[in-house]
Design a protein. Structure first.
Lengths: 315, 320
């Protein structure tokens, strides 16, 4: 197991390097001029001023040195200063990462609570009305744009009942208010995730329920509940767990949209603001961090999978 | 069920009498996969809207007369701002007095153009990378797959936002070139995941006996790839392209919603919902409904149809 983990981590290094190169390239290729962003487009500048600002930002150095600084800084958790606020970006990220994490975790929990029971029920009552409804609604869930759902929640209760979604409060100040605030965006995000999880749960359960050891369990005269939960679900859940973890990139992407709609002060909102104000150091830091989250979660999936299914370790 | 009730519309009832081969095929598909047929119906509705919004596409840009859409998408009438549904404007009007129904119908054209072109780019790119990487194998495969790993690691929306900004700088700022930038980035992004699946299929085909037989008869690698591997992974490519169309339409709508996608005045379903219109939506709530519903219909259609197509084209999935 240890060898497997080490091998898997070593395989992660080239991916991570590639990610940093990509982020670095994208930000260098972006249109506009960092100097103009700081000083403002309309302030008259001499060549000397321009060179001074460039020097201060380190933009006059060769690209490989800039790349080295970027990676070296990132390894120390130093992402430079924001062009807009002149504050260290790492401070912003430290405040915003937990917010997005809470949103993502709640969304995944909500999706599991919706998807797994319905998926299992649909499988044990295959082709029943419930199964038909579950199957078509799972595809429908995948097709509902989260920003549509979010916008409707922002619009309809407001026009009909004069009710608006709550505003953000930190967890430390008001735990219940904080959870209630997160519930709506997390549910919007969770519904989108639930579709895929439900489909896979159903497919896996159908597969497992056809196995010989399930027939044996029935033949032993076990009750349905124990056949389904103790014998079938345990084996059907492995791929489902993988899917849940593989959804991290979707959660990250979805969080960008949902955070924008409900004004959640997280990473996604930060990214959209940075892209709108052309704040490249911020954009660079957030992109790198979000990609890192995805790479690490993929690693965790593989390790968990190898732990649950020993055949993988030895292949 | 609704699927069954809607099904006659996809295949006319008089078809069985003088049924041609393909008619019978369509009928059989509809009977076996009612959900897939419903998806096909959604696709047909979207395509009809895209082609027939006005006479431009049908007459080869000879005529600009309106056809399905009652008004031009950017026709403003400030006296008629934020009207609720009426006979003149079945879906109401927006903050500039533009007819919503017309915008939705023209929006189908924008979505379909972006969806089809980006999926075309993605499919060609993915087939090339996937087949070569899978067929050649060895070091090339290892290196290519690590690159694909990094490619997939990026949350797609993040890369879309950043990528469209970059592409815009090199393609130009105008409306058409900005739309082109969206297509390009979407195509490249969609290719990553697709190429992984195609690679898997190519490896499976590579180990088949008929490849060995071809090689024994002295076939060259390029001949084997073109004659045997590519045709055999084509089913996978088609299925992924169908589902990819739904993904592309949804992704375009998402970044347009965030303000990084298709620029005005082109009607984009995503931008019609964007947050700066929230105040107007609260005045005229229908504004918040129809664009999202249109996205839903298109994406649902491609997902459902692609799903059914997978079952039909992939023999291993038959009977499930």
């Amino acid at each position: 197991m240890t060898t497997y983990i080490i091998r898997r981590i070593l395989l992660m290094i080239p991916t991570l390097l590639l990610v940093t190169v990509l982020v670095f390239l994208i930000v260098r290729l972006l249109p506009g001029d960092a100097v103009e962003t700081i000083i403002g487009q309309y302030t008259p500048l001499t060549q000397g001023d321009r060179a001074a600002v460039k020097h201060e930002l380190g933009l006059d150095r060769p690209w490989w040195k800039q790349y080295g600084d970027f990676v070296g800084g990132a390894l120390h958790g130093d992402f430079g200063k924001s062009l807009q606020s002149q504050q260290p970006i790492s401070k912003d990220l430290k405040n915003r990462l937990p917010v997005s994490f809470e949103l993502g975790a709640l969304a995944i929990i909500i999706s599991i609570i919706i998807a797994i029971p319905i998926g299992v029920l649909a499988a044990i009552r295959q082709d029943s009305i419930l199964d038909q409804i579950a199957r078509s609604s799972s595809i429908a869930m995948l097709a509902i744009p989260s920003f549509w759902l979010g916008t409707m929640i922002n619009v309809y209760p407001n026009t009909w009942f004069n009710w608006a979604p709550p505003t953000y409060v930190p967890f430390r100040e008001d735990p219940m208010g904080n959870l209630w605030f997160f519930f709506i965006p997390a549910a919007v995000l969770g519904v989108g995730l639930a579709g895929a999880v439900m489909r896979l749960t159903r497919a896996q359960m159908l597969e497992v329920l056809r196995q010989d050891y399930i027939r044996t369990a029935w033949a032993k005269g076990l009750r349905e509940r124990s056949v389904v939960i103790r014998h079938a679900m345990k084996n059907a859940m492995i791929p489902v767990l993988t899917l849940v973890a593989l959804e991290v990139p979707i959660v990250v992407g979805g969080a960008i949209v949902v955070e924008t709609i409900f004004s959640v002060p997280g990473m996604g909102f930060y990214l959209v603001t940075a892209a709108n104000t052309h704040d490249y150091p911020e954009l660079q830091a957030v992109t790198l961090l979000l990609a890192l989250v995805v790479v690490v979660s993929n690693l965790l999936v593989d390790v968990a999978y190898a732990y649950l299914d020993p055949r993988i370790r030895y292949s | 069920m609704a699927d069954v009730l809607l099904f006659p519309q996809t295949a006319p009832a008089e078809a069985p009498q003088r049924s041609h081969g393909w008619m019978r095929g369509v009928l059989r598909f509809a009977r076996r996969k009612p959900a897939g047929a419903l998806g096909a119906l959604c696709i047909i509705v979207t395509l009809v809207c895209a082609l027939g919004a006005d006479m431009q596409v049908i007459t080869g840009f000879q005529s600009h007369a309106q056809l399905l859409a009652p008004h031009f998408y950017d026709a403003q009438n400030l006296h008629n701002r934020l009207q609720g549904p009426s006979w003149a404007h079945p879906m109401g009007t927006d903050r500039l007095g533009r007819d919503q129904l017309s915008q939705i119908i023209y929006g189908a054209r924008v979505s379909i153009i972006i969806g089809l072109s980006s999926v075309l780019i993605a499919s060609v790119l993915a087939a090339l990378i996937g087949v070569v990487s899978g067929y050649v194998g060895g070091t090339l495969d290892l290196v290519t797959q690590r690159i694909v790993d990094g490619w997939i690691a990026f949350p797609p929306i993040v890369l879309l936002i950043a990528g469209v900004q970059v592409a815009k700088a090199y393609v130009g700022q105008g409306g058409v070139s900005q739309t082109f930038a969206v297509i390009l980035v979407l195509g490249i992004l969609l290719a990553a995941g697709t190429s992984r699946v195609i690679r898997g299929a190519a490896i499976a085909v590579k180990n088949e006996q008929y490849i060995e037989a071809a090689r024994a008869m002295g076939a060259t690698d390029s001949w084997i790839v073109l004659r045997y591997v590519l045709p055999n992974v084509m089913a996978v490519v088609i299925v992924l392209a169908t589902v990819g169309l739904g993904t592309a339409i949804l992704a375009e709508a998402t970044i347009s919603f965030l303000g990084f996608g298709v620029p005005p005045p082109f009607p984009s379903w995503g931008r019609m919902l964007s947050a700066d219109g929230l105040l107007y939506m609260r005045k005229d709530p229908w504004l918040a409904f129809w664009p999202g519903f249109a996205i839903f219909i298109a994406v649902y259609g491609f997902n459902m149809f692609g799903d059914a197509l997978r079952d039909v084209l992939d023999p291993r999935m038959r009977g499930r």
